[in-house]
Ligand binder design. Structure first.
Ligand SMILES: [Zn+2]
Length: 84
């Protein structure tokens, strides 16, 4: 299950409204799990419809395909190994 939300920039006037507010132009992030791996990554999109399409594609595809498409798991794995 993947959730998308806007990660408001500090300069955003809607910053105080939190994740649920999405009628601004802050970058959209995805949060959830693909194939048992937790992810929290920027989709590098600001368009809500496109972000929804991207997140549903991520959720539907296998981990390997999602990794190939977006490099999400690779980034997450790299970050985890660095912090160990
Ligand atoms: Zn915002």
């Amino acid at each position: 299950m993947l959730t998308i939300y806007r990660r408001h920039r500090k300069s955003c006037k809607q910053h105080a409204r939190g994740r649920k507010y999405r009628h601004c132009q802050c970058p959209i992030w995805v949060d959830g799990a693909i194939g048992g791996n937790e992810i929290r990554e920027s989709l590098k999109l600001r368009d809500w419809q496109r972000a929804r399409a991207a997140s549903s594609m991520l959720g539907a595809e296998s981990t390997a395909t999602a990794s190939a498409l977006f490099g999400l798991m690779g980034q997450s794995a790299a970050r985890k190994s660095e912090s160990l």
